[in-house]
Design a protein around this ligand. Structure first.
Ligand code: NCD
Length: 307
């Protein structure tokens, strides 16, 4: 039985196959409308979410399956002190697969060791968010036609942003990837990722503070929100929350074929005037998230692809 806890749990070949399946689902959704009839997805969300949870739910419903679960820890037995290990053993009796979001790094990994159903990490603290990464990869592949030989700018809270950590891991396996890491000094990518991933794989990267200087060379600009809930004090958050605001003026500095991605939710870091720009891809990205999660559920449940 396979889980998805970290983007590296799938090989590059497996990711290619999954993205191909997601593209086929996008092209022929009706073909997949009943492949998960009778199957159940449990969504165990101990931390707030709109997109990820609803995207998982929509994905399972689109496949003909059904969904059960909870959307906050207070409405689950966690409020009575139940451990994640016990909860997953119980949920294994009710569902065929589960997606878990948790504020503690490693909670989905712990759950997977006690689970008799596949566990999908839907975001664990400031650590990883592999299904957002699959979404990002599908978006980049659809827009640029490839996942190699790209200069990718990651901008904002690179310290606490789990989507950034997972995306760096995943893209580092493709050839010719260069990263421009744009953040204030306090919000740089953690050194364990710089050492264990970027340096270990000899990936070209630069850390810069200024977005205007970096933007002209980028193929992809991945904007992120400053992760308020992970800050130790509110003053630091207030000081840094508006450190980058992508607006029309800045978009003028970018190439005609540079696309802007954002995992969402957006706060102030992308001005709404940018939404009209054809290079703004963040709402299309949400749609790709559903196809990719459909492909993931099918893959982990080992559902045969209909002909
Ligand atoms: C992201 C997350 O939860 O890490 N949201 C999402 O799942 N699309 C990004 C964020 O919250 O900033």
């Amino acid at each position: 039985m396979k889980h998805l806890l970290n983007p590296m749990d799938f090989s590059v070949d497996e990711i290619d196959r999954l993205l191909d399946l997601a593209s086929d689902i996008e092209a022929n959704p009706q073909k997949y409308a009943h492949v998960c009839d009778g199957k159940k997805l449990a969504t165990l969300f101990y931390e707030p979410s709109t997109r990820t949870r609803l995207s998982f739910e929509a994905a399972m419903l689109n496949l003909g399956g059904s969904v059960l679960g909870f959307a906050d820890a207070d409405s689950s037995s966690a409020a009575k002190g139940e451990s994640v290990s016990d909860t997953i053993r119980v949920v294994s009796c009710f569902a065929d697969i589960c997606a878990m979001r948790h504020p503690k790094e490693g909670a989905p990994l712990v759950a997977s060791t006690k689970s008799s159903i596949p566990v999908i990490n839907a975001g664990d603290g400031g650590h990883q968010h592999p299904t957002q990464t699959l979404t990002d990869l599908m978006t980049i592949r659809a827009l640029k036609g490839r996942l190699d030989h790209l200069t990718v700018g990651l901008c904002g809270d690179l310290k606490f942003g789990r989507t950034v950590h997972s995306l760096i891991h995943a893209l580092s396996r493709y050839t010719g990837i260069r990263f421009v890491l744009i953040s204030p000094p306090e919000l740089r990518v953690p050194s364990y990722i710089k050492d264990d991933v970027l340096a270990a794989r000899l990936i070209a990267y630069r850390e810069v503070e200024n977005l205007d200087d970096a933007i002209p060379e980028l193929d992809i600009l991945y904007m992120t929100r400053v992760q308020r809930e992970r800050f130790f004090n509110e003053e630091d958050y207030i000081r840094m929350k508006d450190c980058y605001i992508l607006d029309k003026q800045k978009m003028k500095l970018a190439r005609e074929d540079m696309y802007v991605l954002h995992p969402l939710p957006r706060v102030n870091e992308i001005s709404v005037e940018v939404d009209q720009d054809p290079r703004a891809a963040y709402f299309r990205q949400v749609q790709y998230g559903v196809y990719v999660r459909m492909a993931l559920i099918m893959t982990l449940l080992e559902v045969e692809q209909p002909c």
